[in-house]
Design a protein around this ligand. Structure first.
Ligand SMILES: [Zn+2]
Length: 151
């Protein structure tokens, strides 16, 4: 289970191949893939991190197959993780694979280690985000992204 499921993101063989397609529809507006199921594992306490990832990009000459966005999230989540690093790894991978800096990533997750031990808080959740390219510079674009994911 650990090798084949929980930590399959540790094996580079499982890295999703992200193929790009010509943007024949000339779609250049915001594209958001929201509510991507996120299942990870806290590397400090070895208990689950469960939540959602939302990613967005601005298509240029090429577009990506939508499910690849989910697969990139899952590949980096399926290993012992820290949410802050996971957020950055997904953003970096998308920037490289999509060939653009115009990328946004937001993760909201519950950490079982916070819920079940220590502070024992079952209602708090953790949000992390990474904005680059036009998302970092353009507050209105960031606002559109946050509206579309219901924030
Ligand atoms: Zn933990």
């Amino acid at each position: 289970m650990y090798v084949q499921e929980w930590f399959k993101g540790l094996d580079p063989k499982n890295r999703p191949e992200v193929r790009m397609f010509e943007n024949r529809y000339n779609y250049h507006q915001l594209l958001v893939e929201r509510d991507i199921t996120l299942f990870s594992c806290c590397e400090h306490h070895f208990v689950p991190i469960i939540g959602k990832a939302h990613v967005a990009y601005l298509p240029g000459a090429n577009v990506v197959g939508l499910s690849k966005l989910n697969r990139v999230v899952q590949y980096y989540a399926r290993r012992p993780q820290v949410q802050e690093r996971l957020t950055r790894q997904i953003a970096e991978e998308l920037k490289q694979s999509l060939g653009t800096d115009d990328v946004a990533v937001l993760i909201e997750a519950d950490h079982l280690c916070v819920m079940s031990r220590g502070v024992n808080d079952t209602s708090s959740s953790t949000l992390t985000s990474e904005y680059s390219g036009r998302f970092a510079m353009d507050e209105a674009l960031r606002g559109e992204f946050l509206r579309q994911i219901g924030k």
